[in-house]
Design a protein around this ligand. Structure first.
Ligand SMILES: Cc1cc2nc3c(=O)[nH]c(=O)nc-3n(C[C@H](O)[C@H](O)[C@H](O)COP(=O)(O)OP(=O)(O)OC[C@H]3O[C@@H](n4cnc5c(N)ncnc54)[C@H](O)[C@@H]3O)c2cc1C
Length: 391
């Protein structure tokens, strides 16, 4: 008999498996329907021997000392600060928009004060900022909105920014200095030997069994367990009782090129010209030396693996109906990006899993007084997400 059946071997499932096995001596079965561990953070060496991220570039960044120190028990790190260029009007300019972006784009020589005045002069007055369009035009005006945000967002989300919640573009800062780092978190690094190696170490414990290529539906009636931790899509768990929660998906087109370097930055965004949103060159993230280089194009699409919950009010309301069901389901704990229908970064999911672990142990110490827990977010929400990844 397993103490826990954990559905999903991504960050949420693997962190909980590790804690429960090593700290609480619980017997854990982790199942994943994919043929690998690490969830969307999975990386592997391609046929040319270049380390690539199967599901698009994953950059680790966090402001949480606890999360960084926790993961540091399972990996060494390569210091890495992410940088992105956007292809606009035939030029490659820093993204998020900063002083250099404006000067290069318009052939100007503004200083920080002048560029602040420039933004003020082009910003539109928006009485109540509600949508993603409002956020941007009220900060940098319509022209920059059109050049950097409008079409990128339409490609990424299949919707106009005026139809999307303000949270999508609120993530993207505008800078009046020359800081061209994509993130400004305290801790920014890549796992030295890759994410999958880190997950192998997380799951390497005699109390943990891992079954891959296994949908939990196929084993749930045969394998005895006491409690379940579910990190898959919450609507699927409840057989889509209230309808499907909308997700945006991506198609990844991986290529290996017979050249040592290809891009002028680790990632180049294409806000306008192409069907893909961005190209990533993996060696720039991993620091690997290799005579060839591997890149990936991202093509957003409506159908496919669920990647991004679509941030609209009606979807949040639909999720709340599922959350009520989840809260009433005894002995099943919902955690992670799909089970709580939230756009979480990796560090937030780790924080969410550590919080749930704490509650589970408090609960097992005093089961009589405490109800079952699902999808706790309190610590996670303290982590300010500064991910400008998806304008
Ligand atoms: C393109 C892209 C880029 C990203 N870039 C970054 C980044 O740069 N930095 C960052 O911090 N975060 C990034 N993220 C977010 C990051 O991927 C997530 O925060 C993290 O992977 C979430 O972990 P999770 O365990 O909640 O979910 P997942 O990693 O999705 O794991 C859930 C697992 O559950 C399994 N599963 C689902 N249903 C079943 C079932 N019925 N039976 C068995 N198994 C099942 C799935 O196969 C999956 O492996 C990115 C995400 C995407 C899509």
């Amino acid at each position: 008999m397993f103490d826990y059946l954990i559905v999903g071997a991504g960050f949420a499932g693997s962190v909980l498996a590790e804690r429960l096995a090593t700290r609480s001596n619980k017997k854990v079965l982790v199942v994943d329907k994919r043929n690998h561990i690490a969830g969307n953070a999975y990386d592997h060496y391609n046929e040319d021997g270049i380390l690539v991220h199967k599901y698009g570039p994953h950059i680790f960044h966090t402001n949480s000392k606890d999360v960084f120190e926790y993961l540091s028990d399972f990996t060494d790190w390569r210091p890495y600060e992410h940088r992105v260029l956007a292809s606009v009007d035939g030029q490659l300019v820093p993204m998020p928009i900063n002083l250099d972006t404006i000067n290069k784009l318009y052939g100007l020589k503004l200083n920080s004060f002048e560029v602040e005045e420039f933004f003020e002069s082009v910003a539109e007055k928006v009485p109540v900022v509600k949508t993603s369009e409002d956020v941007v035009v009220s900060k940098v005006g319509r022209e920059l909105y059109e050049k950097f945000f409008r079409n990128y967002t339409r490609k990424q989300w299949g919707m106009d920014p005026s139809e999307l919640d303000k949270s999508v573009t609120s993530r993207v800062p505008t800078r009046t200095n020359r800081d061209d780092r994509y993130f400004t978190d305290t801790y920014q690094a890549m796992p030295l030997h890759g994410y999958t190696r880190m997950f192998e170490r997380l799951l390497d414990h005699p109390n943990i069994k891992v079954m891959l290529n296994t949908d939990y539906h196929d084993i749930i009636d045969f394998i005895p367990f006491k409690e379940m931790i579910f990190t898959g899509p919450v609507d699927e768990f409840f057989d889509f009782k209230y309808g499907k929660l909308p997700y945006r998906s991506l198609e990844f087109k991986h290529e290996t090129l017979n050249t040592e370097n290809y891009l002028a930055a680790p990632v180049v965004n294409y806000p306008n010209d192409n069907l893909y949103t961005r190209i990533t060159e993996f060696k720039a993230l991993t620091g690997q030396q290799h005579p060839k280089t591997a890149i990936v194009y991202e093509y957003p699409k409506a159908e496919g693996d669920p990647y991004y919950p679509v941030p609209r009010l009606e979807n949040a309301e639909l999720y709340n109906k599922y959350k009520k069901l989840a809260d009433q389901t005894p002995n099943v704990h919902f955690v992670g990006r799909l089970a709580t229908y939230k756009y979480y970064n990796m560090d937030q999911v780790v924080a969410q899993a550590l919080t749930l672990y704490k509650k589970l142990t408090e609960k097992s110490e005093d089961t009589a007084r405490k109800p079952a827990i699902s999808g706790s977010t309190e610590l996670v929400d303290k982590l300010v997400s500064r991910d400008p990844a998806k304008p």
